[in-house]
Write a protein that binds this ligand. Structure first.
Ligand SMILES: [Zn+2]
Ligand SMILES: [Zn+2]
Length: 458
């Protein structure tokens, strides 16, 4: 089983590089992720954009790191696989300011697998419509002879989610290079400190002083050279700290979310992994955002979103999701959570990148929380008998009739951008803390202390 997992993870890293090329199929992804990549590919081609992704494996681990973390319940196991890459993205179109972004990143893949499940992907299956024999794996995107679509259990292991994080530490062999690079950035500070020491200790003020004492000038260059990696090291630590500080709050959100989700969800269904749920929410957000026909989308039952997502050409998950509430009503379990993403929007003349937070309310029938064991059946329109992919539309594409095929999967009931709301809330909290601090200081002995120091030197 673990061989299959490694293969799925490695296949995904290959397939994702070409995911936006015409006709691409990312078969290592689960069907929701596959569908959102397909919708995104359509959005990009509709906007005539040329979207190029280049990912070059880098770093000391030739196959990346497997199983860096894993979570399991009675039926499923989810794990993270990490690889280190140089990631270059280019978005081009005539009249558009070309967008390029290059970053050293770690790519995280959320791999989901069934525990003790049997692998049926290689089994033969006879198409009930045309009689052709295919393997189960070949039928995932429908019968290639007659186009019949099937409703079948997911063929695990599959990649359910992926995200990129800025890599500050993954490459041991580049340590010296990194330190020297940061040393060059810190050169102005280095030189200023050297000049200051020479000025205070040896009274070297003007350029003339240095001409008269060339030995001091050489000494200064030597000291700068010695200090370069030391300054570089501190600058690097500071930068890594800055990046970590900007991502830590969202990581805390996820750590809390996992606990909250698990304790609340246990009332309805004890076995449920937060990672696979988070993966599903991200896929659903993307499906809703990239869909041009939300009214017929079986996974969306919310209000009309207007053109809020029309110019979005990329949504990348930032690796964090929080859980706000879990409730049950009329046999449906509703979960509300915030998903942290980075969006790329096509503004016509340029691409706009923004960090956004979306609050998603999704629900699933309580009795449908689990389906174990493999099943496959033909999907058929009750009116005209045609077959179509029920994940993509609830309206028969042939006769147009509404096919309320039973939906046992997650459905999104509401999506809204809460970035501003959360920002204002955080600012208010900061303000309250500052006010209390000020009151505290005003009531303490500190003002008098400052006053006495000021009067002594003033
Ligand atoms: Zn067939
Ligand atoms: Zn029909």
């Amino acid at each position: 089983m673990s061989e299959n997992r490694e293969k799925a993870a490695a296949d995904f890293r290959e397939e994702i590089k070409h995911a936006f090329e015409p006709g691409a199929k990312v078969m290592s992804a689960d069907r929701e992720l596959r569908y959102c990549l397909e919708l995104q590919r359509n959005r990009i081609s509709k906007r005539n954009l040329k979207y190029t992704e280049e990912m070059v494996h880098k770093g000391p681990f030739p196959d990346g790191l497997k199983n860096v973390r894993s979570w399991r319940d009675d039926h499923y196991e989810a794990s993270w696989t990490v690889d280190y890459i140089d990631h270059n993205t280019t978005i081009e179109r005539e009249g558009l300011k070309t967008y390029t972004h290059s970053e050293r990143q770690a790519i995280y893949e959320t791999l989901v697998d069934v525990r003790d499940g049997e692998d049926v992907s290689g089994d033969d299956y006879c198409c009930p419509n045309c009689g052709a024999v295919s393997t189960i794996a070949e039928l995932q995107e429908g019968c290639r002879h007659c186009g019949t679509s099937f409703k079948m259990s997911e063929l695990y292991p599959k990649v359910a989610n992926y995200f990129y994080v800025y890599d500050v530490s993954g490459r041991a062999e580049n340590m010296w290079l990194t330190v020297l690079k940061y040393g060059v950035y810190a050169l102005p500070v280095n030189i200023l400190m050297c000049l200051y020491v020479l000025y205070t200790s040896y009274d070297m003020k003007t350029p003339m002083d240095y001409l008269l004492h060339p030995d001091m000038f050489i000494r200064m260059l030597l000291v700068i050279g010695i200090m370069l990696p030391i300054f570089g090291y501190f600058a690097w630590i500071f930068d890594a700290f800055r990046i970590a500080a900007s991502t830590t709050p969202v990581l805390f959100e996820t750590a809390n979310a996992r606990k909250k989700f698990a304790s609340k969800m246990s009332m309805f269904c004890p076995e449920f992994i937060f990672e696979s749920f988070a993966a599903r929410m991200v896929s659903l957000l993307k499906i809703v955002a990239f869909s041009d026909n939300r009214a017929d989308l079986p996974s969306y039952a919310g209000k009309d979103l207007g053109n809020a997502f029309d110019n979005v050409v990329d949504i990348s998950f930032l690796g964090a999701m929080s859980c706000k509430s879990v409730r049950e009503k009329n046999g449906i379990v509703y979960v509300t959570g915030d998903v942290y993403v980075k969006t790329a929007r096509d503004m016509g003349d340029r691409i706009k990148i923004k960090n956004e937070i979306y609050r998603i309310k999704a629900g699933r029938k309580r009795e449908a929380m689990f389906d174990t064991g493999f099943s496959i059946s033909k999907i058929q329109c009750p009116s005209c008998g045609a077959s179509f992919d029920a994940l993509k539309t609830s309206k028969c594409p042939f006769c147009g009739s509404d096919c309320n095929l039973e939906n046992n999967d997650w459905v999104v009931y509401d999506v809204r951008n809460v970035g501003l709301e959360i920002l204002i809330k955080r600012l208010l909290i900061a303000l309250v803390i500052i006010v209390f601090l000020c009151i505290g200081i005003a009531n303490s002995d500190l003002p008098e202390l400052f006053g006495s120091i000021m009067s002594r030197y003033g």
